[in-house]
Write a protein that binds this ligand. Sequence first.
Ligand code: AMP
Ligand code: MG
Length: 420
Amino acid sequence: MMRPAAGGCGESGQAIAVAAAHALLAARTAPMVGHHVVPLDRALACYLARPLLSPRDVPAFDNAAVDGYAFAFAAGMEAGARLELAPGRAAAGRPFTDEVAAGTALRVLTGAMMPPGTDSVALQEQVVLHGRTVELPAGLRQGANRRLAGEDVRAGEPVLRAGTCLRPQDIGLAAALGQAALTVFEPLRLALFSTGDELAEPGSAPGPGTVFDANRHVLQALLRALPVEVTDLGIVRDDAASVAAALRRAASDHHVVLTSGGASRGDEDHVVRSVAAMGRLDFWQVAVKPGRPLAFGRIGDAVFIGLPGNPVAALVAFLLFARPVLRRLGGAPWQRPTGLALPAAFGLRKKAGRTEFPRAVVVHDPERGPSLARVPRQGSGMLGALRDADGLVELGHAVELVEPGDRLPFFSFADLGIPA
Ligand code: AMP
Ligand code: MG
C-alpha cells in the first residue's frame, strides 16, 4: 500500500504548499556524484567541484590600455606638455626593456607592458606629433590609460565558487588564469520513461485513442542544458508489472529516475504505487497549478521524480521542482527559481491555498515599460498554447485577487534554464 514518508502529504491526501515542497526538496537532496577533471572546452554547463583560486594576477603586468605614447607623469603635465619621442616601440608581446628617460615618450600599442620608467599613456588620437616631439593634450592624469597588474583579479583570490555552473565567461576567466582544465562534478546518470497505454512514438502510425509521446522529447531537450547523461527507456505500459520492472531497472544503475504520467490516483496510475511499494515516497501532491501530481522519493539509492502526464504540467513541474533537484544532486547549491517582479496587465480572482503559474507574455510598451499578459489558453495539456509564452508568472499561495498593476514574480523561460 502507498504510505508516504513523514513530511509528505498526510493520509487525508492533502496537498503540500510549493514553499514546503521546496523546503523538503532542499533538505533531502545533496550531491550524488564524484569529481573528474575536464579540459576547458568540455566544461560548459558543468558544476565546478572545487573553488578556483587565482594562481596569478590578471593582468599579470601593468600594460597600456590604448594605442598611444607612454611617459613618466610629472607635476604640471595636467596642463599639457611637449615630450621628445624616444626611439623604439612597445607592443603586446613585445616589451621594451630599456628605461624611458623622464621628459620623453615612447610609442606603445594596446596591451604592451608599460615600458620601464613610464606610468601613463596619452591616447594616440589626442596627441599632436611635431617631428620628434609629442604634444600631450591637457587633462591627463598620472596613471592615465594604464591597466594595473592585478586590477581585475589578484593572485590567491577565490574567483569561482564550488558548485558554480560554468558559463562561457567563467571558462574564459579560467583560461585567462592559465588553467587548461577544471575539476567538475561528474554528470548524473538519469533514466527517463513515459507511462501510458495511449502513448505512441512520434513517427509511428496513430491508432484510435493514440496520443504521441511529447513529454519524453520535451524532457530530453530540457535535460540537455543540465550535466546529466540520459538513458531513454521509452514508453512503459500502464500495468503494475511493467511499471515496477521499469522502475527497478532504472533505479539499479542510475542516480535518478524521471518519469511522466501515472502519478495521480487513477486506476491506471501505477507509478506512485510502485515507488511506495519498492522504496519511499516523500510526497505526491503539491498545491500548485499546473503540476499537482508530483512525486519525489527514493528507490534504493536512486532518487525518483515523478512528473504529471499533462505536457504543460510536466514542463512546469520539471522547471519548478525537478530542475533545482537535478542541479543540487549534480553538485550545484540548492536554489529555488527566482523571478523578476513585473506589473500585471491583467486582473483575476484565484483560490487561496495553492500557487498558480499561468503562462505569460511580456508586453513592451514604449512609455510604460514591460508588463505581463496571460496567454489566452491555460490548459495543462496545451503545448500549442505555450508557443507564444515567454515564461511563467507566479500567483502566490495566499493570493486571492490580482489587479492590473500588481507586481508579480515573473520567471522567463531563459531564467528557468531553457536555452533560446
Ligand atoms: P496521466 O498523468 O498519466 O493521468 O496523464 C494525464 C494526461 O496527460 C492524459 O491526457 C495523458 O494522455 C497525457 N499524457 C500523459 N503522458 C503523456 C506524454 N508522455 N505525452 C503527451 N501526453 C501525455
Ligand atoms: Mg497515464
